[in-house]
Design a protein around this ligand. Structure first.
Ligand SMILES: [Zn+2]
Length: 295
């Protein structure tokens, strides 16, 4: 009887909210609306929350989280969210918008997925940019390391449990299963990249430093502080690539291909596309590791 009246109340409430606000999406029932900034985070939240959550990604597929601005409809959706799992490591989208997002829904719980993760400093390139304008900036791309991903998943898990204690057992079982998969991913990459220590990887956008430092590779980026390289910068990279017999320049669909293509042409090599932002986290990182293992 109690349960039935609860269902009736829910129905009534959803009818009312559709009636007065013209919500276009179907009612998600008792699911918790969770917002995240980037797609890999959606995978983490869904892996833990499964049917108890409804995840919305702010920066859509193919968009650049360093420059993206949310649509008004996305900002309106914030009012329905119970939780925002932010990356927390200084992704520009969050630096620019988080304060405003919090103001739109002050009751929403915020999880900092980066808690407990040691941030890397952004590599300084003095020749490229002599001005110390961004001195001390940290590298926001923490999720490219599967070991960091485990910490992020633990942080998201804690946030979900605090918000929805009834789901604790479901969340814990799901979280443990996913952490096991991430540990498996880490182990297989260690095996795959064994003996590759010190290998330099040329990437257009510097998203792979956490991955590289975990597995002993060295990331060399074409872009610095979000700026395309100068002709001298390109010349230096070409020289280095020739000396080290590097034949591949990695680029991602979110960023310009041009400079990467110029370098690839100069070294008689090719451009290969990888993305740090694919939603299918494990499969994507596996694919990137395979690509790096061929260097
Ligand atoms: Zn990036």
């Amino acid at each position: 009887m109690k349960f039935r009246s609860y269902i009736l109340l829910l129905l009534l409430l959803s009818v009312l909210s559709v009636g007065c606000k013209k919500v276009s999406e179907p009612s998600a029932g008792a699911r918790i609306n969770v917002m995240v900034s980037i797609e890999p985070m959606a995978t983490f939240v869904e892996a833990i929350g499964a049917e108890r959550v409804n995840v919305t990604v702010m920066v859509p597929r193919g968009a650049n989280p360093h420059t993206y601005e949310p649509k008004p409809s996305q900002l309106r959706a914030v009012s329905r969210a119970g939780l925002y799992a932010k990356v927390g490591s200084g992704v520009e989208f969050e630096l620019m918008w988080m304060d405003r997002i919090v103001k739109l829904n002050p009751k929403m719980r915020i999880v900092d997925s980066s808690a407990g993760i040691e941030l890397l400093r952004v590599e300084r390139d003095k020749e490229h940019d002599g001005h110390e304008s961004h001195e001390g900036r940290s590298d926001p791309h923490i999720w490219t390391s599967p070991v960091n991903a485990i910490k992020m998943v633990e942080n998201i898990y804690s946030g979900l449990v605090t918000l929805d204690p009834e789901g604790r057992e479901v969340y814990r079982a799901n979280k443990e299963a996913y952490v096991k998969k991430l540990k498996g991913l880490d182990g297989s990459i260690r095996a795959l990249l064994k003996g590759k220590e010190g290998t330099r990887v040329i990437v257009y956008h510097p998203a792979w430093a956490y991955f590289a430092s975990l597995y002993g590779l060295e990331e060399v980026s074409v872009e610095h502080d979000g700026k395309a390289p100068t002709p001298q910068g390109v010349a230096r990279l070409v020289k280095m690539a020739k000396e080290e017999r590097i034949r591949i320049v990695f680029t991602s669909p979110e960023f310009s291909m041009r400079a990467a293509e110029v370098i690839a042409r100069e070294i008689n090599g090719e451009v290969e596309r990888i993305s740090p932002l694919k939603r299918e986290y494990i499969e994507n990182i596996e694919r990137v590791a395979e690509a790096f293992s061929k260097l």
